[in-house]
Design a protein around this ligand. Structure first.
Ligand SMILES: *Cc1c(COP(=O)(O)O)cnc(C)c1O
Length: 400
């Protein structure tokens, strides 16, 4: 019998990062603003902006920090209402509260994407929107941008888990006013921790750069300057609080070394996901929602809904999968899950979202690191299908 693969280990960091780290250790130059120019963080920003086709990028300590700074950079009034999906990571409503704004939650459908009708209904008194492409599932950005543009509401994309995803051929994270990405270990590029925001808006990025901790005139050490950006820095100098959410040069060299790996990781991640999805969809008790037609995804995990199973059967299934060697997380069934909105009790007057709750109670999450082989993917699929059989009995539809 083939052993279940380890789905927690990351792939090794490329050798080029180790050489750059050695040079940094030698120079001791870890702070992004020590050198007069071309620090690894500044180079990363220039490369990332170019790769995304954005005018500006700002690297920071996490995607959560990028979301927080995006909200602060929008200069919203204290207490502004910010619409977010009811299915996201707890860091998203947290960033809204940190920015002295109030999160407003909307329903998410069975395909893990924002329920556009509910989104529209809640848009009336909202001053900004964060679209969280949760687990890399893209919500209908055509509908969202049309609704928000018509009302002049700025859209922040939480693309933490969507690096490499496209929508109508456009890179996710470049459709809204700001896009935020994560370099935390479970994302496509792994620096342990880290984040970056991209935007075409000079005023917004100047504010974000200063608040991220570009004290005095350290903003001069950022690349990609333009007269417009210089004017924005001059306008905001000494007028904004500093939050010191900078990225260190050490993280930047680890990220930069992985940028050449991204295309391969995206390609393999999608092929792996679709291979497992096809096998799981053969079961009448499993539904892997299809992507939207506009979307080409970049997954490193798979989500699926259990069909025709009650609460006890769902828990038994998760236990059977674990016994067989694959950890399946049912979002709404594990204690204190940070992606279940009812655990965001730090939000005042936390609402009920019946559709989102129903989805979370039977939506499963399995990690599929892009480095897995076909054999390993088949072992994972067989374990999941076997665990369904353990609980529901063998079903002729996919039996042999
Ligand atoms: C990982 C993740 C975050 C948080 O990113 P950090 O860099 O850890 O702060 C936010 N939103 C989504 C959708 C994520 O997947």
């Amino acid at each position: 019998m083939t052993l279940p693969p380890n789905v927690h280990d990351a792939e090794p960091i490329p050798q080029s990062a180790r050489d750059a780290i050695d040079a940094l250790m030698q120079s001791g130059d870890l702070f992004r603003y020590t050198a007069p120019g071309d620090a690894p963080v500044a180079l990363l920003e220039a490369e990332f902006a170019e790769q995304m086709g954005s005018r500006y990028a700002l690297a920071v300590s996490s995607c959560s920090a990028a979301l927080f700074l995006s909200l602060k950079a929008l200069d919203l009034p204290r207490g502004a209402r910010v619409l977010i999906p009811g299915f996201t990571f707890a860091a998203v409503p947290s960033s809204v509260l940190h920015a002295d704004c109030m999160p407003v939650l909307c329903e998410v459908g069975e395909n893990y994407r924002i329920d556009i009708e509910d989104f529209e209904a809640r848009l009336a008194d909202v001053q900004a929107v964060i679209i969280s492409h949760m687990r890399g599932h893209t919500s209908d950005m055509d509908a969202i941008m049309a609704l928000c543009d018509a009302r002049d509401i700025p859209v922040i994309e939480d693309a933490a888990h969507s690096l490499g995803t496209t929508w109508n051929g456009r890179k996710i994270g470049t459709i809204g006013k700001v896009g935020c990405f994560s370099f935390q270990s479970y994302k496509m590029i792994n620096a342990g921790e880290g984040g970056i925001l991209v935007t075409d808006d000079a005023d917004l990025v100047a504010r974000a750069i200063i608040m991220s901790g570009a004290y005095e005139h350290n903003w001069q050490k950022h690349k990609g300057s333009s007269p417009e950006l210089q004017a924005a820095f001059a306008r905001w100098q000494n007028r904004l609080p500093l939050y010191n959410l900078r990225m260190s040069n050490l993280s930047a060299v680890v990220v930069r070394a992985q940028i050449p790996e991204l295309a391969r990781r995206v390609r393999d991640g999608l092929a792996n996901h679709d291979h497992v999805a096809a096998r799981l969809n053969a079961s009448p008790h499993i539904d892997v929602p299809a992507p939207l037609p506009q979307e080409v995804r970049a997954p490193d995990s798979i989500q699926f809904n259990l069909v025709g199973m009650d609460g006890f059967e769902i828990l038994s299934f998760a236990a059977a999968a674990e016994t067989r060697g694959v950890k399946v997380q049912v979002f709404g069934q594990s204690a204190d899950n940070a992606r279940a909105f009812w655990n965001w009790q730090f939000i005042p007057d936390l609402p009920e979202l019946p559709r989102t709750r129903a989805m979370l109670m039977r939506a499963c999450d399995v990690r599929l690191p892009v480095r897995l082989s076909k054999t390993e993917l088949n072992v994972i699929s067989d374990i999941i299908l076997g665990a369904v059989d353990d609980v529901m009995g063998r079903v002729a539809a996919y039996g042999t």
